[in-house]
Design a protein around this ligand. Sequence first.
Ligand code: F6P
Length: 326
Amino acid sequence: MRVAVLTSGGDAPGMNGAIRAATRTAFVRDWEVLGVPDGYRGLLEGRFRRLTDRTMGGILHRGGTILGTAREPQLLTEEGQRQGLAALKRAGVEGLVVIGGGGSLKGALALAKLGVPTVGVPATIDNDVPFTDMSIGVDTALNTALEAIDRIKDTASSHRRAHVVEVMGRNCGYLALACALAAGAEAVLLPEHEPHPEDLLGALASSYERGKPHFIVVAAEGSGLPARKFHEYVNAAEDTFESRLTILGHVQRGGSPTAYDRLLGSRLGAAALRALAEGEPGIMVGVSGRRLERFPLEDVAAGKKHLDEDTYDLALTLAGMHRRRG
Ligand code: F6P
């Protein structure tokens, strides 16, 4: 049996652990594994390289993806899918593991529908893939952002300033919310909740009057009130904190994966291969509580991940704010 593995979309720390686990689990069955360089782009161009036990050595602790990745919208077109299918057939590939986020898993579903036994592995720092509690890379990105915010807090307190910190997450507020809660931020701006700048400015003013040494705002990049805009509002207000703006950007995507992401990548990579071996393709492997589960790719592609509202309430409560009702 010959299978292929690819990583697609934004890289996420822990992808290498998933590649390694899928490959080594295949080797135990004496299967051959081809790596597809640069995600679906490499697939469309018919590029494959044989993975060996040695190529899998020394990669578990490395950030990024040793296979390379790309954003390749072409695979979501019929023409692109036909091209991908033809490339897989030419290479004699009988099973495919796709490691990536929502868009990549839609591509996996398209190939599965064309008859390619395909299994998806959720990997994106955004944590926006439905059904799985966590995607590979989220924990590392969260810890990276948190470390940066802790540092920002030191300088914020020293100068008695407000700091607005933008974190990634596309249209999902998970990273921002988790950062805000873990960093003890004074406010959080999320795509899932309508922003009320007047409430935030009120909280800012009252914190200033009460003598707080800093005011940290964590803003998701997809928030309805962009980080830069709120930063400008703060600086336009009188008799309150001065503001500084930090956009953390791609710093959050790099770095050595945390223990959690190495474990998650290893468990999910191996589980993907097992699903192929057990003849259950067309699914995504994910984590629910402490257990690994299989979810139909069809449901994953159609689903949406929702923000945990209890966690949002907790972040507001601990920041001394209240949610607007009604
Ligand atoms: O999906 C992961 C992510 O890092 C998002 O949080 C961000 O919006 C996007 O990718 C950035 O994409 P790119 O690396 O293509 O600029």
